[in-house]
Design a protein around this ligand. Structure first.
Ligand code: NDP
Ligand code: GDR
Length: 328
């Protein structure tokens, strides 16, 4: 039975990846932080077969302990402070967790598998935020990185550290440059879920309007369930490498609003949407669109859910969730 350790098990991707690995027959371990993590119950309910180990990406000794217990064949480093807007207000913390945390887990894996650097295969959750002020359209593995937020800068550090451990120690360490991926499990602070939750609540008469930031930014949005499959496929390759994972399509926040409101029969959303400075970012990433041809050709990966299908799925879920919560 193959064994895997996932950091960030309480997050959107952690849950989907755990489900995928369990279905493939893995023995799955998840790292959970804090003495009373509020998401513990959620993880226990969704993936009861995962063994939870306490640890924190900022605490190297806790990572070593987790590796000793899990004895993993594969480590997926999904843990991070992942909300870009928050990273300006907590730049040091973001650097420690999202940046230096990658070095901590790489070093822990190196120390744990010192007799055979290939014993453990490692996945790093890199991000399209690294492209920031994009230097090429569409963005691919070779595009110059130009991050625009403390989060993006921290991810660049983690990305190059992963490559450096591969090149210095011969570790099977891969980095997935994943573009935005969403799902009904997406945190409500991110724009897709914020919109689908608000649309459901407006439709049910629970909320009047939604206050947004920049409506002109464009993102390449896919379904998280598809993207964790790409992570797994990377670690099944003989050679570790870096891959862009994206749909190859881009849509603006306005188009997101169009599709989400259309799902509840509203064609003109202007009366429901306000904008406020507090949701604008000090530096914006205006346009992201990925070229996933390497992932398609080498990993045989392709997305199964399109933009309209994704947002429709999220609105449906939020309608059901809000109805259950409020009895409407
Ligand atoms: P989430 O924000 O949903 O999950 C982040 C996870 O990191 C949570 O489990 C969180 O735990 C954990 N975490 C936070 N701080 C620490 C810490 N100090 N030590 C250990 N774990 C910690 O993110 P997603 O699931 O959406 O994303 C997974 C990874 O992929 C992240 O690294 C993200 O940056 C990256 N990524 C995501 C993309 C996306 O579109 N979703 C695109 C590209 C990259 P807790 O619940 O305790 O806070
Ligand atoms: P992003 O996702 O920053 O791309 O990072 P997010 O959904 O937060 O923002 C996407 C775009 O929407 C604009 N926007 C708003 N965003 C939020 N959150 N709230 C608003 O009200 C709002 N109004 C407009 C933003 O300015 C931005 O342009 C996500 C995270 O999952 C990262 O961890 C990951 O690395 C990247 O995706 C790829």
């Amino acid at each position: 039975m193959p064994r895997a350790l996932i950091t960030g098990i309480t997050g959107q991707d952690g849950l989907y990846l755990a489900e995928l690995l369990l279905a493939k027959g893995y023995d799955v371990y998840g790292l959970i932080r804090g003495q009373n993590n509020p998401k513990l119950d959620l993880v226990r309910r969704v993936v009861p077969d995962v063994t939870l180990l306490t640890g924190d990406l900022t605490d190297l000794s806790s990572l070593l302990r987790a590796l000793e217990v899990a004895k993993p064949d594969e480590v997926y480093n999904l843990g991070a402070i992942s909300f870009v807007a928050y990273s300006w207000e907590n730049a040091m913390l973001t650097s420690d967790v999202t940046g230096k945390g990658v070095l901590n887990i790489l070093e822990a894996v190196r120390l744990y598998s010192h007799d055979d650097p290939n014993r453990v295969r490692f996945y790093q959750a890199s991000s399209s935020e690294m492209f920031g002020k994009v230097q090429e359209v569409p963005q691919r593995e070779t595009t110059l990185l130009w991050p625009r937020s403390p989060y993006g800068v921290a991810k660049v550090f983690g990305h190059y550290m992963t490559i450096n451990y591969r090149e210095s120690y011969g570790m099977h360490a891969s980095s997935g440059i994943l573009f935005n991926h969403e799902s009904p499990r997406r945190g409500p602070e991110f724009v897709t879920r914020k919109v689908t939750q608000a649309v459901a609540r407006i439709h049910l008469g629970l909320q009047d309007r939604i206050v947004m930031g920049n409506l002109d930014a464009k993102r390449d949005w896919g379904f998280a369930g598809d993207y964790v499959e790409a992570m797994w496929r990377m670690l099944q390759q003989d050679t570790a490498d870096d891959y862009v994972v994206a749909t190859g399509e881009t849509h603006s926040i306005r188009e997101l609003l169009d599709v989400a409101f259309a799902a509840v029969g509203v064609s003109d959303w202007s009366g429901y949407v306000a904008q406020d400075e507090r949701f604008m970012r000090p530096a914006e990433v205006d346009l992201l669109i990925g070229d996933p041809s390497k992932a398609r050709d080498v990993l045989g990966w392709k997305p199964s859910v399109d933009f309209a299908g994704l947002i429709g799925m999220m609105v449906e879920n939020d309608l059901a969730e809000q109805r259950a919560l409020t009895g409407r």
